[in-house]
Design a protein around this ligand. Structure first.
Ligand SMILES: Nc1ncnc2c1ncn2[C@@H]1O[C@H](COP(=O)(O)OP(=O)(O)OP(=O)(O)O)[C@@H](O)[C@H]1O
Ligand SMILES: [Mg+2]
Length: 242
């Protein structure tokens, strides 16, 4: 297959699932360099499975996954996580008994010999989320939901990935916290990040993304442009979301 070195992510005809059952069927999607793309769909559509397949956490059965032209689908997760892609997972998955900074540093394990780079990365995370600098020694369990989401995003950034994957970062957050997360993602876009955002909230996806993919029952069924979506398009997505 022809490689596209300017595409941050290119997934072609991906089949993935658990046991012998494919929950993701024939998915193809792309993220151009510096683009933000949303994957919207109802509960159980397979959105998280797509992200986990990119990270090598779910075995893909067929198809290709490329990051800037490099095929990553045969790589083990620790290789994928060492600069190709990183995820802020569903449920955040922090080590709650560890400090904020320890959680952040876990993202940079593969860089630990390059102290200057790790230092620059953590400074940029604290610049993005200044509250985390104040709380860096605090146990993560003592943070609010919004602050924990900032740590999950910060940990993802600490691996200096070429593609950012975010699994419902707005879920269960207050309106103020959602706003902070949205602004941070817009700031990352300004810095040139390429990102794939799984969301249930259309308004959040529309504020951040250049394109929206709609996924139901393991398949991508539609692609929309948020700039021209209108009320009709939003109504259609709401129908898909059930
Ligand atoms: N570890 C697993 N083993 C078996 N089946 C699973 C596993 N994880 C998810 N599934 C099934 O795969 C399907 C897709 O799940 P997935 O978590 O990808 O959906 P989702 O779109 O992320 O949903 P949600 O919006 O609820 O997070 C569901 O039917 C789910 O029950
Ligand atoms: Mg999910």
């Amino acid at each position: 297959m022809k490689t596209e070195p300017n595409q941050a992510l290119r997934i072609s005809s991906l089949f993935a699932g658990y046991g012998r059952f494919d929950v993701v069927r024939d998915i193809s999607l792309r993220i151009e360099e510096g683009e933000a793309v949303a994957l919207l769909g109802p509960n159980g559509a397979g959105k998280t499975t797509v992200l986990r397949a990119i990270m090598g956490l779910v075995k893909h059965r067929r198809g290709t996954i490329q990051v800037f032209g490099t095929e990553i689908s045969a790589l083990p997760t620790h290789r994928i996580a060492s600069g190709y892609a990183a995820i802020a997972p569903e449920g955040r998955r922090l080590f709650l008994d560890q400090s904020v900074e320890d959680n952040l540093m876990l993202g940079a394990l593969h860089l630990r010999r390059d102290k200057a780079r790790v230092q620059a990365l953590i400074e940029s995370v604290y610049e993005l989320f200044p509250v985390l600098l104040d709380y860096r020694r605090r146990r993560s369990a003592f943070l609010s939901g919004g602050e924990q989401q900032m740590v999950a995003i910060g940990r993802m950034l600490m691996s200096d990935p070429q593609v950012l994957l975010l699994d419902e970062p707005s879920v269960a957050l207050s309106p103020v916290a959602v706003d902070i997360v949205v602004k941070a993602l817009l700031e990352l876009r300004k810095r040139g990040a390429s990102l794939l955002l799984v969301e249930q909230r259309i308004d959040v996806a529309v504020r951040i993304c250049d394109r929206l993919y709609i996924m139901t029952h393991g398949e991508i069924v539609d692609e929309m442009n948020p700039d021209t979506i209108g009320h009709e398009g939003i109504g259609m997505i709401n129908k898909y979301l059930g």
